[in-house]
Design a protein around this ligand. Sequence first.
Ligand SMILES: NC(=O)C1=CN([C@@H]2O[C@H](COP(=O)(O)OP(=O)(O)OC[C@H]3O[C@@H](n4cnc5c(N)ncnc54)[C@H](OP(=O)(O)O)[C@@H]3O)[C@@H](O)[C@H]2O)C=CC1
Ligand SMILES: O=C(O)C1=N[C@H](C(=O)O)C[C@H](O)C1
Length: 271
Amino acid sequence: MTQLNIAIAGASGRMGRMLIETIAAADDATLAGALDREGNPFIGSDAGAFSGQLTGVTIRSDLAQGLSGAEYLIDFTRPEGTLQHLAYCAEHGIKVIIGTTGFDEAGKAAIRAAAEKTAIVFAPNMSIGVNVTLKLLELAAKNFSQGYDIEIIEAHHRHKVDAPSGTALKMGEVIADALGRDLNECAVYGREGVTGERDPSTIGFATVRGGDIVGDHTVLFAGIGERIEISHKSSSRVSYAQGALVAARFLADKQTGLYDMQDVLGLKAAG
Ligand SMILES: NC(=O)C1=CN([C@@H]2O[C@H](COP(=O)(O)OP(=O)(O)OC[C@H]3O[C@@H](n4cnc5c(N)ncnc54)[C@H](OP(=O)(O)O)[C@@H]3O)[C@@H](O)[C@H]2O)C=CC1
Ligand SMILES: O=C(O)C1=N[C@H](C(=O)O)C[C@H](O)C1
């Protein structure tokens, strides 16, 4: 069986730890490197120390050292970190799976440019459940295009730094596209004070942060006399890590190009 040699960025983070455990349990993947930024207290530790299962791979801050044996990098860090890692990977032909959220337009443009040099999967949510939910939302939006107000509510743990979540924004994009609207023009991010009546063409977002909530997303289609809610709730980060591994397998025969989880899961053409 061909082995995927995968390095993990943000190795000591919530997703990094889960990814290292997931790779250890996979028959076709080998941990080939582990990165964290300079000053991180876990630099120099074994990447498996968190789970008590040593890997023989040391967490490094130097990209050349951390990526020397890697064909793939799975990166769930912060936009500024991901973009630094990506520049190195693009130069060295290392394929990249990006789960990081919170990129601005310039960051997204840099990812598109890097995809001309290496193969990339970039998705705000790698879970199969969320990606199938996006298809359900497309269908729902087309059928509730008149007479239903659309609100997206997301809840995450207290440590999350970006809002709305990347997944909530993606849900908004999918719904806006299905309705022929531009999310940049119709999104309303929170309300306060005398807001006036709701504009029916808007898509509203609400954000909750607290405790250890892994990640909940609900889209509400509120009509007269009825409302429809489509929800996805994560109870473990394992589904994101498994999805990232599926994305790495998908890239095995790709040299360049930018893909998302809809490509990976073959959902683009699905009705
Ligand atoms: N696509 C998906 O399916 C999912 C996406 N995410 C996204 O993944 C990202 C990480 O989430 P999570 O694991 O919870 O976050 P954590 O804060 O737990 O981990 C982030 C890791 O990245 C490191 N890091 C932070 N800044 C930099 C930098 N500038 N350069 C290099 N490394 C850096 C952190 O190091 P330090 O501790 O030293 O700061 C830490 O090791 C978020 O953007 C989140 O939204 C999360 C879950 C699923
Ligand atoms: O930060 C998180 O935890 C998560 N982030 C992603 C997002 O912003 O959508 C995915 C998931 O919801 C967990």
